[in-house]
Ligand binder design. Sequence first.
Ligand code: NAD
Length: 509
Amino acid sequence: MNTWLTNLGIGRKNPGVFCGEWRGGGPALENVSPVDGRPLASVQTATEADCAEALQRAHAAFDRWRLTPAPVRGETLRRFGIALRERKPDLARLVSVETGKILAEAEGEVQEMIDICDFAVGLSRQLYGLTIASERPKHRLMEQWHPLGVVGVITAFNFPVAVWAWNSALALVCGDAVAWKPSSKTPLCSVAVTRLAQGVCAETGADPALFTLLIGGGKGVGERLAADPKVPLISATGSCEMGLALARQVHGRLGRTILELGGNNAVIVTPSASLDLAVRAIFFGAIGTAGQRCTSTRRVIAHESILHDVERRLRDAYRSLRIGNPLDARTTMGPLIDVNAVETMLQAITRLKSEGGRVLCGGERLTGSEWPGDCYVTPCLAEVPGNLPLVREETFAPVLYVMPYRQFDEAIALNNDVPQGLSSAVFTNDAREAEEFLSVCGSDCGIANVNVGTSGAEIGGAFGGEKSTGGGRESGSDAWKTYMRRQTNTINYSSELPLAQGIRFGVDA
Ligand code: NAD
């Protein structure tokens, strides 16, 4: 076993359930790296009995944790941030090997975990309520925020550690416990992170069951969490199909959700734009994580007068790409997550041609000793006349569609004319276009940027999207409020009992 894996507490065989102690009685998942197709390690999945026991312990941990003052809860997050700083190189390496994303991006992902821990420490002293002017004399009207309970966090493969951290850091300072169901494609990252958390709990005295982990082979464990009436909030990240199935289940029992689902993100490039900036942003947006980010740039809507210039520059950028081992510092694009993802991409390109799209470059499987394991492809750049049926769907792979527009209104309409509503951007030096894009009749997405690409959000802002992206918000700003329950209080310190709205009732009538 490699030293860096041992440093993270990963062995050849790993238990996949943590509830204060490690266990896992279900079948083993054999995890294979997309980098070279070789087995990495095996992880034991959770049985129904494991889930029941783990959730019971998480509830017991919550009962105590909610009584711990929030700034003291923040101390566990502060120490966790320090542990992440110390283990950043090893953890980033694991993220890279397990997902195929290049090391620089994997380091960025671990940095996001550190950033949200820092944010959570500050937040632990800022869980403010309000006092509100009461209409009754000698009455105080106020709002306060209380912890919710055990929060279920279901994550996707493409951000195997950061998305958990966005949710968990906030949920934990808010006084909740967390039960994490990671993607079965990236179980080792979740084991490594949970081991790190376990070490921090040993230092601070926090109950380790606050960091419950439940690895499942398919969607079973996620469905188990979704159905459990004692899990008041499920934060789920993944495809729109998953979100729809999960929402039916959780909303069917009137539970709460934070849904962070698929994107179909566009960049509008106007005639006044700096094409240098625009093309660099589009290139990163389309190629980063091999096109497997929820915020990946999938569509470029370019003014017809500059369309061919944009296409030429993008083609040149695509030719400069180095595709290969993501651990090699010279590599700009690693493999897709698995062989199925490659098949899905190739099928989409065949369909694109049948719908009237034209491939400008790329879209082929790479084989040979430089690209072992069958998961490497060349990214595809294609020209389309508009939002073809395929273009309206999210193909989770490096396929970028370029389409023309004439009037700016038309560009905004094209931006909005897809089911998803996550991220969007305009490149322009025209203040009126920029303002129009951000206005009430502009982009309908949760994220709308000016001269900044669609991909690579900071943790300080609330993150999430509209329409079939699910409407959830997590990470910064006031996203913490979703992890708490709001309570409105009226306190009467008079010797009368005046009713609201001046109602006179019974003896007072
Ligand atoms: P996926 O939908 O296949 O799986 C996501 C997670 O949901 C996994 O842990 C999976 O086991 C679980 N799951 C699947 N069906 C379930 C069900 N019925 N009930 C409960 N849990 C269930 O997604 P993926 O392939 O891992 O990730 C790619 C998708 O995630 C893309 O669509 C991408 O856009 C999206 N994504 C969105 C965001 C965001 O913040 N909006 C971030 C990252 C990824």
